[in-house]
Design a protein around this ligand. Structure first.
Ligand SMILES: [Zn+2]
Length: 286
């Protein structure tokens, strides 16, 4: 998305070029004050001011005056070295950094969205995951790991629907047509949001995660009675710790394809053409 942003919009978002991309990163500590050299860590990316009420509660993702995230304004992870505040480096133990890197967003963002509605996903409820890309394939697993809900994964691409079944979805669909109690929309276009509003059950929830730039009009008569609509942004630091624990317990795993640093540009090309399933991980050296 950043690659296709016009220069004017980049400037309005405070992003100056050149910029090292990579907002999901993992690696080992070279030097630190609290973390020992050699500690394997994953990088929390929703950098905040560190002093506001949100940051002090670990909710840096809702900081009142956020800092530029790595790879999205500050120098990112597509480099051999990266400088970060130690409170944003979470130890991963013996998890493979290649599999751990996508936890920083691709797992944390759906985890945060699911945490919002988890109490509603009781026995007999239905959750719709709209869009089975980098984030959606983890959403399916997190829903299965943490809730007894029936999980239906929606994607127009057959390969994505196949991946969703591998990750534990009960059923898949090419369109948003099944009635559901919770709809987590990782696409967020006008089309998917309108469809979500049409299928959500009374007292249900629509969570908008995808940056498809759609908008829902919410009023007394529509969507159905008692429906709540939320947006989310990334996740909290305590939630990233919980995500790491889920991965360490092998209850979630990331579907990744590895690329060398020289292949990174080609990997972005594949992403843009929607020819990636799961997440692309660039490995500088091992
Ligand atoms: Zn703050």
């Amino acid at each position: 998305m950043l690659l296709d942003m016009p220069r004017g919009m980049l400037a309005r978002n405070g992003i100056r070029l050149p910029l090292t991309l990579g907002h999901e990163a993992a690696g080992t500590v070279i030097a630190g004050t609290t973390l020992a050299p050699g500690t394997a860590v994953v990088l929390y990316g929703a950098w905040g001011c560190g002093t506001c009420r949100s940051c002090l509660a670990g909710r840096d993702n809702y900081c009142a005056t956020p800092a530029q995230p790595p790879g999205l304004g500050s120098p990112g992870g597509l480099a051999e070295y990266l400088v970060a505040d130690e409170r944003y480096l979470l130890p991963i133990g013996d998890l493979d950094p290649v599999l751990a890197a996508p936890l920083a967003d691709a797992a944390l963002t759906p985890y945060h969205a699911i945490a919002l509605v988890r109490q509603e996903l009781t026995e007999g409820s239905t959750a719709l995951v709209v869009g089975v890309g980098g984030l959606g394939h983890l959403a399916v697993q997190i829903l299965r790991a943490l809730t007894p809900a029936e999980v239906i994964a929606v994607d127009t691409e057959p390969a994505a629907r196949e991946l969703a079944m591998t990750m534990g979805a009960h059923r898949t669909s090419a369109t948003v047509t099944d009635r559901a109690d919770v709809i987590i929309d990782f696409v967020g276009t006008q089309e998917t949001l309108d469809a979500a509003a049409a299928v959500v059950r009374s007292a249900g929830h629509i969570v908008i995660v995808g940056i498809g730039r759609g908008a829902l009009s919410v009023g007394y008569d529509s969507p159905a009675r008692g429906v709540s609509v939320s947006t989310t942004y990334w996740g909290t630091r305590p939630e990233l710790r919980e995500v790491i624990e889920l991965a360490q317990a092998r209850r979630i795993t990331t579907s990744v394809e590895n690329f060398t640093m020289d292949e990174a540009v080609a990997a972005y090309g594949r992403l843009r053409e929607r020819r990636l399933t799961g997440r692309a991980v660039v490995v500088p050296h091992r």
